[in-house]
Write a protein that binds this ligand. Sequence first.
Ligand code: J9T
Length: 225
Amino acid sequence: MRIDIITIFPEYLDPLALSLPGRARERGLLDIQVHDLREWTHDRHRTVDDTPYGGGAGMVMRPEPWGEALDSVCTEESVVIVPTPSGEVFDQGRAAALSAERHLVFCCGRYEGIDQRVIDEIADRWRLAELSLGDFVLNGGEVAALAITEAVVRLIPGFMGNPDSLVEESHADGLLEYPVYTKPASWRGRDVPEVLLSGHHGNVARWRHEQAVERTRARRPDLER
Ligand SMILES: COC(=O)c1ccnc(N)c1
């Protein structure tokens, strides 16, 4: 998979060089390129924003630099992701679908947003995904691009050292994950549930499923089937 991220704060994406994505890059599973949107400006001040038509506070990102950046980066197989609070809510199912794609392009907006004609241009020429991390506002799309990238690339076949660890994750089966324990068996007077020390795999599996159902019911009734 190749991922291109276009932003006016490229250093915000430095964490992608660490840990999982860094190792996958070395193994050739993943190629991530971060681009400064100002590469596609031509004025002395490298201007990327201007005042909004119709008035109002703040600034809007100009369409020209975005248009040139997308012309330069996108191909016919690109999925162009625009992180925005007004997008569809990103979830594990979407992460799995995106992990099967060959090319993701992230457009990280700042200010009051990107001129709508850029979004319309993307929708006409490539596959557009306007995605939200949830009902809250950030100062820019970079944090969301980091989160979406991590959620997606860890699902790429061959990416995780132990693929078994992906099977019982939260949301993988539509439920929240069960509670986990490790040594010591007793800690500050708190004991590990007996069933987990029993060595009876059937009982352990049953207990874990019951815990996942109970936790989902309590915290995320919207996920209940
Ligand atoms: C500028 O982008 C955002 O504020 C944003 C992006 C994705 N999800 C959100 N909840 C907010």
